[in-house]
Ligand binder design. Structure first.
Ligand code: GLC
Length: 380
C-alpha cells in the first residue's frame, strides 16, 4: 500500500542498521522509495539543520528522526503532524516511558523508534567488577587507565551531568517546569565532582572534546578503563580488538543513593510540509514494528522501543544485558519537558563545560546556570 518517495532525515547512521531498515522497506514496497538523508552525529547540529528546513517550509524531509527532547518544541511550532490515531491503535506495544516522549498537550506527534539509557563499560582485564558507586569508579579510574565520557559542549554533556545530578536526588527545574532549581548544593557538588575528576587525572582532559564516538574510539583503542556510553557501543565494541576484554553494567550509585539514568532515544515524526504523509506513515509503521526493532537490536545493539522484543532469545544473545536495559529504560528520568528545552540545555552544558575547563568555579557555574535557565524559561 505504501507508495511514492519518502526522505528520512535522521542523525548519522553510525551502526549501519538504519540503512538496513531502509533497504528492507524498499524491498518489501516496490511502489515506494525511501531515501536516507544523514545529518551530523551531534544532536544539536541535527536539530539546527532540521529547523532550517522547517522554518523555510521545505518539503525535503518527510520523516524526521527527532531526539526525544524535541517533541515539545517542534509540536509547539506546528512542525509535526498529529499521529495520535496511530498511537492509540499501536501504543500498547511500546514501553510507556518512550510513548510519553511523543506527547505534547495531550496529543502524540511521533512514534518511538529507538530508546536509550546510559551504561558503564569497563575493562574486565583491568578491574574485577563494575564499581558500586561513582566515587569508587573515579577512584579506580585514577589508579588505572581513566574514565571517558561525553564532555564536549553539547547535548551529551547535559545528559552526563544530569545522570549524576538525578542520582544525587536533585534536578534543575521545579516539578511544574516553571522555575529553575539549579542554585543548589547538589549542583555544586556534582560540578565539583566532575571538575575534580579532570584535575585529578581520573578523566583525561581530552574528554572535553569527546562526544559519543570519540569516547568509544578511546575505549576501543585501550585508552580507558571505564566509559560512560549508550548501548550502541556494545555491538561495535564486540567487533573491536577489545571484544573479549570488556563488559557493561547499569549505573553505579552516587553519594549513598542508587544510580539514576536519563532517558534518551529517537522518535519518528512526519514533517508538516511533507508531500507524501501517507508514505511517511507507512514507513514509520514498518520501522517501528517488532521485526525491524529486533533487527536493530541484534545487528547494532540499538535499544528497542517495543517491549516484547527484549524477550526474544536472539536479542538476549546479542545483548546479554537486555533485561537490565529494559528496566533502565522503564525507570530512566526524562530531561525537562519544555518548548524551550534546547535553550535550557544550553544553559546547562555551557556552565558545566566552563566548570570542567576551570573557567568558572563550581559555585560560579551553579549560580550562572540558575540565571541562564531562568532566562531561557522567560523566552517562552
Ligand atoms: C543519544 C540519545 C539522545 C541524546 C544524545 C546526546 O543519541 O539517544 O537522546 O540527546 O545521545 O548526545
Amino acid at each position: 500500500k505504501a507508495s511514492g518517495n519518502v526522505t528520512w532525515c535522521i542523525g548519522k547512521d553510525t551502526s549501519g542498521a538504519v540503512g538496513t531498515v531502509v533497504d528492507s522497506f524498499n524491498q518489501a514496497n516496490p511502489e515506494a522509495n525511501v531515501k536516507l538523508l544523514e545529518l551530523p552525529e551531534d544532536a544539536g547540529e541535527q536539530r539546527r539543520l532540521q529547523i532550517q528546513r522547517l522554518q523555510a517550509e521545505s518539503d525535503e524531509c518527510d520523516v524526521l528522526g527527532t531526539d526525544v527532547i524535541w517533541t515539545a518544541e517542534y509540536a509547539a511550532q506546528g512542525w509535526l503532524l498529529d499521529v495520535s490515531d496511530f498511537i492509540s491503535q499501536n501504543g500498547d506495544r511500546f514501553i510507556q516511558s518512550t510513548v510519553d516522549t511523543t506527547e505534547y498537550e495531550g496529543k502524540n506527534y511521533a512514534v518511538p523508534f529507538n530508546s536509550n539509557a546510559g551504561f558503564i563499560y569497563y575493562r574486565t582485564d583491568e578491574v574485577d567488577q563494575a564499581p558500586q558507586d561513582w566515587e569508587a569508579l573515579y577512584e579506580q579510574a585514577s589508579q588505572g587507565n581513566g574514565v571517558v565520557y561525553q564532555g564536549f559542549r553539547y547535548e551529551g554533556l547535559t545528559v552526563n551531568f544530569l545522570e549524576l545530578l538525578y542520582s544525587a536526588g536533585a534536578s534543575v527545574l521545579s516539578e511544574d517546569g516553571s522555575e529553575a532549581t539549579a542554585d543548589s548544593q547538589e549542583v555544586r557538588d556534582v560540578l565539583e565532582f566532575m571538575a575534580n575528576g579532570i584535575d585529578s587525572g581520573a578523566a583525561p582532559k581530552a574528554v572535553t572534546t569527546y562526544k559519543e564516538e570519540e569516547s568509544r574510539r578511546a575505549f576501543e583503542s585501550g585508552n580507558a578503563t571505564f566509559m560512560r556510553n549508550w548501548p550502541y557501543a556494545y555491538a561495535l565494541g564486540k567487533d573491536s580488538k577489545i571484544a573479549d576484554n570488556f563488559d557493561i553494567s547499569t549505573f553505579p550509585g552516587y553519594k549513598g543513593n542508587e544510580g539514576a539514568g536519563v532517558l534518551g532515544g529517537y522518535n519518528l515524526a512526519i514533517a508538516k510540509f511533507s508531500q507524501n504523509p501517507e508514505g511517511a506513515l507507512a514507513f514509520i509503521e514498518f520501522a517501528t514494528d517488532p521485526a525491524q526493532q529486533k533487527l536493530m537490536a541484534t545487528e547494532a545493539s540499538l535499544p528497542p522501543t517495543v517491549t516484547e522484543v527484549y524477550d526474544d532469545p536472539e536479542v538476549k544473545k546479542a545483548m546479554p544485558f537486555a533485561e537490565e536495559l529494559r528496566s533502565a529504560i522503564e525507570q530512566a528520568q526524562p530531561r525537562p519537558v519544555s518548548p524551550v528545552y534546547p535553550q535550557i540545555s544550553e544553559a546547562i552544558y555551557n556552565n558545566v563545560f566552563a566548570a570542567l575547563q576551570g573557567d568558572m568555579s563550581p559555585d560560579e557555574a551553579a549560580t550562572t546556570m540558575q540565571e541562564d535557565i531562568q532566562k531561557a524559561l522567560e523566552t517562552f
